[in-house]
Design a binder for this molecule. Structure first.
Ligand code: NAD
Length: 472
């Protein structure tokens, strides 16, 4: 399929329909679950630093309000279009359902290449976009809560919060209008690395399933697994880092400008620093340069993690992919044609729909923190430490033995915010991975894990709609 004719929303619809056959919902409910509830398309002018005026194209799509608020990131990319934002909004609905985050799905996009704008221009664009959302009631802690996505981060979320707060001066919960904020602006510790950590937790759970590993001809566990990551941004960097910390070998990395390969392993932080210093991952000491950013996708490895953009593995290059497991850290990196190839080849695709849900899960924790106006761990940390000290003292007295200083610190430690966030994320990802895998195992005619994930999502959203009683 040519890139021109490719519809991302069409591919989501295709996957949805494939899964719908394995559910018992009537057609009307399926249609309501599938369609986007609201599409907001905006154009607004911005004065560039050189004095010229440019008209900016932007979107916010609310896919579902079966739970409110709806939630989803904002993307800054030259390729942004309505079809893409609709698809990403739909994926958000299904993603939230699978990980039991009580939000509907939404997504936003501004059609700009952020690299071509100054920080001042980006601030003006972000603030104007926020003002447009406010005018149409498309943002608010109980309405629709944006977050970072490709090309955006904490800085843009701060601008959104500041614009929203300025226009809602008496709203006590204003901080909950956006997530992915810096910690000083009401963000939660652990949000920055959440999506990558969630990708790691999900894939680690799959690697710990003996029957699945046996089928793929792999050993159980993450340690020693050969991993390739495409995209060294927020999601890719952290995914690679958590795998490296767990003893996996990062043999390939790809960025915009090309790919690098070292079968003995690449040090993720050193590559990151090298790119920062030279502007490119290429020419990293000890590694082989591969000219294209897609070359890394075809390396011999155990786990391939596309963490850049959608549609990077398609009918054309899928037959050359040699990985045993593909973990979709990006949204929609595989086309339906690639899925068909991998089903035939017996390659396990762990789908974006829940694998990259770490960001929205921790965003949910951030939103709860904003509504409760208290830092996680503030109430229980000292109490837990005092209690643990007392229990340890009693044990030492009764046994007449002392534990080591290292053990003492570990046992006594009361939870900080980041401990609770990591633990909530780990629990969420383990449960979601098992729920989807169980759905697949219990119904052998389901062809792949993506379809199983859709089935789980459709059943949850369908149940919510049915319980709302909107289908008399
Ligand atoms: P990011 O902007 O931080 O990083 C993306 C990186 O990919 C950049 O470094 C960019 O240079 C690189 N890149 C772009 N095109 C490439 C190519 N063809 N080959 C190799 N590298 C390329 O964005 P991000 O937040 O990490 O998002 C990445 C993907 O993950 C997107 O699909 C996004 O929708 C998805 N995602 C992000 C989050 C989140 O919390 N940030 C959550 C869920 C899903």
């Amino acid at each position: 399929m040519s890139q021109k004719n490719y519809s991302f929303f069409g591919s989501v619809e295709k996957s949805f329909e494939r899964a719908a056959k394995f559910t018992t919902w009537e057609r009307g409910i399926l249609e309501q679950i599938k369609e986007c509830n609201g599409v907001f398309q905006i154009r607004f002018p911005v004065k560039r630093d050189d004095g010229s005026i440019e008209v900016i194209e932007a979107y916010r799509v609310q896919h579902s309000q079966h739970k409110t608020p709806c939630k989803g990131g904002i993307r800054f990319a030259a390729e942004v279009n309505q079809d893409e934002v609709m698809a990403l909004a739909a994926l958000m609905t299904f993603k939230c359902a699978i990980v039991n985050v009580p939000f509907g799905g939404a997504k936003g996009g501004i059609k700009i290449n952020p690299r071509k704008y100054s920080a001042y221009e980006l601030e003006k664009i972000t603030r104007r976009y926020t003002a447009e959302l406010i005018k149409k009631n498309f943002i608010g802690p109980g309405i629709d809560v944006p977050a970072p996505d490709y090309g955006t981060g904490e800085r843009e979320m701060s601008w959104i919060l500041d614009t929203y707060s300025a226009m809602h001066p008496s709203e006590i919960d204003a901080a909950g209008c956006v997530t992915g904020k810096p910690v000083t602006q009401g963000g939660v510790r652990g949000r920055r690395e959440a999506t990558g950590l969630g990708v790691f937790f999900g894939l680690r759970e799959v690697c710990n399933m003996p029957d699945v590993m046996k089928r793929l001809g792999l050993t159980v566990g993450v340690e020693g697994k050969k991993v390739v990551v495409q995209g060294l941004g927020n999601v890719g960097y952290h995914s690679a880092k958590f795998f490296e910390d767990a003893g996996a070998i990062i043999i390939g990395l790809a960025e915009y400008e090309g790919s690098i390969h070292n079968p003995n392993g690449l040090n993720v932080d050193e590559v990151f620093q090298h790119r920062k210093a030279t502007g490119s991952i290429l020419n990293f000491p000890g590694a082989t340069n591969l000219p294209k950013n897609t070359d890394a996708l075809e390396l011999e490895c155990d786990i391939l993690i596309p963490a850049a953009l959608e549609n990077v593995i398609n009918g054309e290059n899928a037959p050359r992919v040699k990985a045993k497991i593909i973990g979709e850290a990006a949204n929609g990196p595989l086309t339906p044609e690639a899925d068909e190839v991998f089903i035939k080849k017996g390659i396990l695709v762990v789908p974006d729909m829940f694998l990259n849900a770490g960001g929205v899960t921790v965003s949910y924790f951030e939103w709860l923190k904003n509504l409760s106006h208290v830092r996680y761990g503030r109430l229980e940390k000292r109490f837990t430490e005092n209690l643990n000290t007392h229990i340890l003292g009693q044990m030492e007295e009764l046994t007449g033995k002392k534990v080591s200083t290292e053990e003492r610190e570990f046992i006594m430690h009361g939870p900080d915010e980041v401990d609770l966030v990591y633990s909530g994320l780990e629990e969420t990802m383990i449960n979601a991975t098992n729920e989807v895998m169980d759905e697949w195992k219990n119904n052998p005619s389901i062809p792949d894990m993506r379809t199983a994930a859709y089935v789980v999502a459709i059943n949850k959203v369908g149940t919510a709609y049915a319980e709302l009683g909107i289908f008399p």
